[in-house]
Design a protein around this ligand. Sequence first.
Ligand code: FEO
Length: 394
Amino acid sequence: MKPREIVPQIYYVGAIDWDRRLFDSLIPLPDGTSYNSYLIKGKEKTALIDTVDPPMRQVLEDNLDELGIKKIDYIVTHHAEQDHSGTLPYMLAKYPQAKVVCTPRCEELIIELLDVAKERIITVADKETLSLGGKTLEFIHFPWVHWPETMLTYLQEDKILFPCDFFGSHLATSDSYVTDEGQVYESSKRYFAEIMMPFRTNIRKSWEKLNGYDIKLICPSHGPLHNRPEFIVGAYKEWIFGEPKNKVVLPYISMHGSTKIMVDYLVRALIDRGVTVKQFNLAVTDIGKLAMELVDAATIVLGVPTVLAGAHPHVAHAAFLANALRPELKYAAIIGSYGWGGKTVEQISAMIPNLKVEVLGTVLAKGLPKEEDYKALDDLSESIAGKHKDSGFV
Ligand code: FEO
């Protein structure tokens, strides 16, 4: 990928990762991703905004060489995680005059995690500015998007926000800017679900710090740039501040078909009562899709058969993941089938302490569901639909 001038004296020098298919060895990336890095040339000083994931180091280096960059004064480090800072030690060696610019908390982390020498670091206070000569960087401390040390940078003269992970998307594309908002909405929501959703409460507290900034362009560190900022800002507002929707997420697995019969019956009953359902067979599910649906669902129903005297491990994994992602679900239920006994409900219930949900019921069938089990599923669907209506989610 060649360097590209975004606006005069500001260049994209990052790397597109077309082939990456898993992030954090956890969330599938069907459309790859990118590690965006930007070079800003002021009249007096030059700054690099973030670096790239170490396997892409050569791309960044080639881009800077192609631009003829012999000296970098500052490397603005928004975030200490490897995909943006892993190449930092190398860049500091390549550009011996460069100083890292970061928050005090980030200073601690890059010393501990990346062995960066303290004398190479300048820490900046919230709202502090740094002039490059006709290009003024304003640093906005914005902790917990999604680590404690994170900050954003606003380039005053050009009205550009560099928010690192915030407003990012996992999407490899040769287009500099968002061209297909539907596709980017999906990629951004997948990203938000895994990375930002667990910190939604913290983000709400910081959000108002963005008020008052006139933002013409958002240059995140993953995915395409936003030259229509209101699109991604609006999507984030919806995900951060929006009420849950009249929606049930139903991850399940079935061993011999009984749990599947119960899931299908409950789904039909919910649809009959006007509830949207997102059903995920965990044997084949992209868990990134499951995470995305948790962003705005009101209810989770776990469909879990009993195996080896307890919860099926695939559903245990989904429950553990949901607990870690901290979606703002309001209601939960467990359904499933068992053969002779077990501790399935106790195990699953113990795995989701972060979900502040009202449990609406448990329907367990011994083997194939019987008449009383179908009646219980009808009652459960009635209860879910009623709760959604009473809560104003319909
Ligand atoms: Fe894209 Fe938190 O790193």
